[in-house]
Design a protein around this ligand. Structure first.
Ligand SMILES: Cc1cc2nc3c(=O)[nH]c(=O)nc-3n(C[C@H](O)[C@H](O)[C@H](O)COP(=O)(O)O)c2cc1C
Length: 203
């Protein structure tokens, strides 16, 4: 499996503002395929890009739904919330990668989003869903949530179709490149749109 750069490593690393994109691993199941897909997207997006793409794994982030006040007040009682706030503050844009679960998106991803508010605001973002038919229903739902957080959704997003022929008996992807190569151009377009969106910020 591809090595995942965890949020622990990402936390507090100083980089130039305006170029840091989190590729969020939005499934936290122990047998998930999400890290393989997110790693492929990160690599394709990074190739030749002036932006810096990093994996951000929600399985490494413990957020137990215990903040007493709503996130928009930014009065965080718990260190894990302050830490999550610093991590998200340190990114300039996001690609949320996640599966469709029962026509929706993973609860862990919604929880991670709802823990904060202003930290997401105005940042460019898109989604990459997957499922036997691409996970379009989950994509539509999360794009609505991003609107609620006043993020700037890109014009393009990805719906990756992963069928029974792409996986082995334990539902692990047999050959990630073979399964996903037809989406390469779409990932490159997303990189271009993120560059444009962040250029606008600097003007
Ligand atoms: C709770 C659950 C619900 C699922 N619902 C759907 C679904 O609505 N549509 C679909 O195409 N696949 C569905 N699947 C199959 C997933 O696409 C497949 O298990 C995939 O590996 C999940 O991603 P993950 O392994 O990264 O968690 C579901 C899987 C789980 C565990």
């Amino acid at each position: 499996m591809t090595e995942v750069s965890t949020s622990k490593e990402a936390a507090g690393q100083p980089t130039a503002r305006g170029d840091r994109i989190a590729v969020v691993i939005g499934s936290t199941r122990p047998t998930r395929i999400c890290p393989d897909i997110a790693s492929w997207i990160r690599e394709v997006a990074q190739a030749g890009s002036p932006l810096t793409y990093e994996l951000l794994d929600l399985a490494e982030v413990e957020l137990p739904l215990d903040e007493p006040l709503k996130a928009a007040l930014q009065q965080y009682h718990h260190e894990h919330t302050r830490r999550w706030s610093r991590i998200i503050d340190s990114y300039d844009g996001f690609i949320f990668v996640f599966p469709q679960y029962n026509w929706g998106y993973p609860a862990a991803l919604k929880n991670a989003l709802d823990y904060l508010y202003y930290e997401w605001r105005d940042k460019p973002a898109t989604v990459a869903t997957y499922g036997t038919r691409g996970g379009g229903k989950a994509a539509t739902q999360l794009l609505t949530v991003l609107q609620g957080l006043h993020m700037r959704a890109l014009d393009n997003h990805l719906e990756l179709a992963i069928g029974d022929n792409d996986v082995d008996d334990t539902w692990q992807i047999i050959d990630v490149e073979a399964t996903l190569h037809s989406y390469r151009e779409q990932v490159r377009t997303i990189d271009e749109q993120l560059i444009e969106a962040l250029k606008d910020d600097q003007q």
